[in-house]
Design a protein around this ligand. Structure first.
Ligand SMILES: [Zn+2]
Length: 425
């Protein structure tokens, strides 16, 4: 959807896929230095990976098919007629159209979301979530999307009316403050609707993390723990927020499955995102890609409307009935630019890995942490190239384990890339 941007805004430690069941006890803390081998993927992980790829293709086709059907069958025009009669004023017409359209798509999507988000996760032992929690989260997500749409959906349509030739540029520029706003409120207003957040429970570990944060130049009040175990068995940590709301969040699952040294390396990675400003860099890149995708919409929509306007039931892009057309074209353009966005993201993740290694200098903990992530989250260490280009926001786990083994400039007195960020203790 148009708000796809907000989903990418948290940078996590771990990986792209979700989640595993069988858990191994956290290895005992020590100061070992040997090389860690990249484990072979389990048959279950391979099955999860392959079926996930099929599901990704099905999901993409589905996301193009449903709005296309609403468009070509004239359903969109009929929703618009209803919204116009009921809403009377332009703003309310847009809002009512958006509500009806979003609810219809939500209902049609239920079988796929239920399978993907609930059945499949349980089948692979990645989740103990109750059906009630799943359903509540789905409805909450729908309501959040509706509120966001009602508040902001009129902007592109106003711009389409006022500037039919440059609307794509102005909409893309207007998206920047919108994305910043979403990034700002997400950790304080949106995320707590889904899970409970609080200070860290393990005070000894918290003290270690705070002293690491101090060395990275981050105020300690910015570390949170979230009760994610009610949703998933997967492990993760992430950086979210912007300015005053920027913070590092640890899932309680990662605290249960990694040892102290491994958690400190993961935190070093997150602190890397934090101090290297990856969130605002991502926002800038995303905005540029949104403008490019909207330009593609602008260049193709007019031709399609001229050709199919009788079936569509509208003849101007500024007619709100065009929403499914804009979404379909935007999704297609997004698929084209996705490999660029992911390549940049993988670069940030690699730099965050480097930051984590430089600040902790604990190669063994880093490598074994990634091994645990692979096992716990049903990862495959070396996915195919198509997967990497279109789906991987992180370097492959195989590459991350290799890098964790090999990167040790401090042992030969080489300069560190991020040394200037570290405060002397
Ligand atoms: Zn990361």
């Amino acid at each position: 959807m148009l708000f796809a941007g907000m989903l990418v805004l948290s940078l996590c430690a771990v990986m792209d896929a979700q989640t595993t069941g069988t858990r191994s006890p956290a290895p005992a803390s020590d100061t070992r230095t040997e090389r860690v081998a990249v484990p072979e993927p389990t048959p279950q992980a391979l099955s999860y990976y392959r079926s996930g790829n099929v599901l990704w293709i099905v999901g993409n086709i589905w996301d193009l098919l449903i709005p296309s059907l609403l468009l070509f069958l004239g359903v969109s025009a009929r929703i618009r007629n209803w919204a116009r009669r009921r809403g009377r004023k332009w703003f309310f017409e847009i809002a009512l159209y958006f509500i009806a359209f979003t609810v219809i798509v939500f209902l049609v999507d239920i079988p796929l979301s239920y399978y993907q988000g609930f059945v499949r996760q349980h089948a692979y032992g990645l989740s103990n979530q109750t059906f009630d929690k799943w359903a509540r989260d789905e409805v909450t997500g729908l309501l959040v999307g509706l509120v966001g749409g009602i508040l902001f959906m009129w902007v592109p349509y106003l711009l389409l009316t006022k500037s039919p030739r440059r609307w794509w540029l102005y909409t893309g520029l207007a998206a920047i403050p919108f994305i910043v706003l979403v990034a700002l409120v997400q950790p304080i207003w949106i995320d707590p609707l889904f899970n409970r957040f609080g200070p860290m429970k393990d005070k000894a570990l918290e003290a270690d993390i705070l002293s690491l944060a101090e060395r990275a130049g981050i105020e300690g009040s910015r570390v949170f723990e979230v009760a994610k175990s009610e949703d998933t068995n997967a492990v993760n940590a992430y950086v979210a927020g912007f300015g005053a709301t920027k913070r590092i969040v640890l899932w309680d699952t990662i605290l249960a499955k990694l040892n102290r040294e491994q958690i400190l390396v993961v935190m070093g990675h997150e602190m890397g995102h934090y101090v290297l400003g990856h969130v605002w860099k991502l926002i800038l890149m995303l905005s540029a890609l949104i403008i490019a995708a909207l330009y593609a919409v602008h260049r193709t929509a007019g031709w399609l409307i001229a050709r199919y306007r009788h079936g569509f039931g509208f003849s101007e892009l500024s007619d709100v009935a065009s929403l499914p057309l804009i979404l379909v074209l935007f999704s297609l353009a997004s698929l084209v630019v996705t490999p660029i966005a992911l390549a940049v993201q993988r670069h940030f993740e690699h730099e965050a890995d480097r930051f984590g290694l430089e600040i902790t200098q604990d190669n063994y903990a880093a490598a074994t942490a990634f091994v645990t992530l692979q096992q716990e989250n049903l990862g495959v260490p070396r996915p195919g190239r198509l997967y990497t280009w279109w789906r991987a926001s992180h370097p492959t786990l195989g590459d991350r384990i290799d890098f964790s083994n090999d990167y040790r400039p401090w042992e030969s007195n080489q300069p560190l890339v991020y040394e200037s960020y570290f405060k002397r203790p």
